[in-house]
Ligand binder design. Sequence first.
Ligand code: PMP
Length: 456
Amino acid sequence: HAAMQADELKEALLEKDRAYLWHHITPHNDHPMIVASGEGSWITDMDGNRYLDGMSGLWCVNVGHGRKEIAEAAAVQMTTLAYSPLIQSHVPGIELAAKLNDWLEGEYRIFFSNSGSDANEVAFKIARQAFHQRGKATKHKFISRHRAYHGNSMGALGATGQAQRKLKYEPLGVGFSHVPPPYCYRCPFGQTSGACELQCAQAYEDAIIWEGSDSVAGIIVEPVITGGGMLVPPDSYLPKLREICDKHDVLLIVDEVICGFGRSGQKFGHHNFGVRPDIVTMAKGLTSAYSPLSATAVSAELYESFKESGPDSHFRHVNTFGGNPVSCAVALKNLEIIEREGLVERSALIGRRMRSRMKPLLRHPNVGEIRCFGSAIGIELVEDKETKHPASATLVAGIIADCKARGLLIGKNGDTVPGFMNILTLSPPLSSTDEDIAFIIDTLLAVFGAAGGTSE
Ligand code: PMP
């Protein structure tokens, strides 16, 4: 009887879902899974099926699901002060801005918003205004990379370098152009990994010169292109971009929306490469997605240039929900958990373990390359290892479906070769237990074993 009631409830919900809810970036006839609850690295659907959340939602639930102490921190803040705009100040906002300075290991001013897209829009506006105030108002353009994703709003989508996300919505914000990404497996410059002269970084300098360095305000990069195919650059790539920016008075904006808060195995992805950005944008892992919040961290020098430019030089940008006190309290508790449980180090360990135990996958005829950055993993599937022709949609869908049937949710992205989504992604919660990690690896080994073999 109870089972019948549960079935009826689910059917009624599905009916309403089909009638009223518009799902994000999903074909309209797809039938959704209704997720009912989450605990640790696992989520449970309405039928009681458990899945390991191998992507931490959208690369964001860094501390895992079901953290009661975060809910308690939110409840305390909500009953103390649910809202006050950051035109004034509030305690969790102050404490979080200070805490982020510890995490950034540098002096930064923090501007809070709601989403990663917002944080990037703020970065672009601050960069443009800063050059206005320095008497260089012609510097307004931004250069990004093909395959980059920087958000859904008109400016952030302008910075995005994925044609399939932009078609039908153009024209977007103006002043954005793109250079080829550091994609060593399919080097856009025909070079061999480890034996090149970083033509991909040089492309940035060439683009600045061709655009006219007097017209370029900033370049924006993720430390590693994550959503665009897990493209890990050579170690000296980001330091070289820093040099190019200094030479041409161009701001280095680093998008840490995914790489930040431990995902890279360090506090922020740019720490892995030893560079100091002028502006850092962050979201997702800042609250582990328990509540919406993002931040744009601006170097102290850049902020001072606003203060010194006279009484009318404040940043004319306001955001009703940005830096909501409840979200700030959630972020503070989230960061406390990451620190207390050593989850940054845990992320590095998870990455090392997955990397070493996944090696047998490379023997599979369709696994072209496995790329890792901290605990974020990309598995590039090909039809043929010699030609590197991308794997078919059927093969990719089959692997993902078999993982799901065995209780593991993984992601896919790609279009690094237009039309092909042939890169599987994994980015499990940083709090994943040894058993969770073993489950992920054993499941992948079984799925690839069943789909063509991984033995010699
Ligand atoms: N930058 C990067 C690197 C991202 O991956 C994303 C989201 N996936 C964004 C920005 C945009 O964040 P949001 O979806 O919160 O607007």
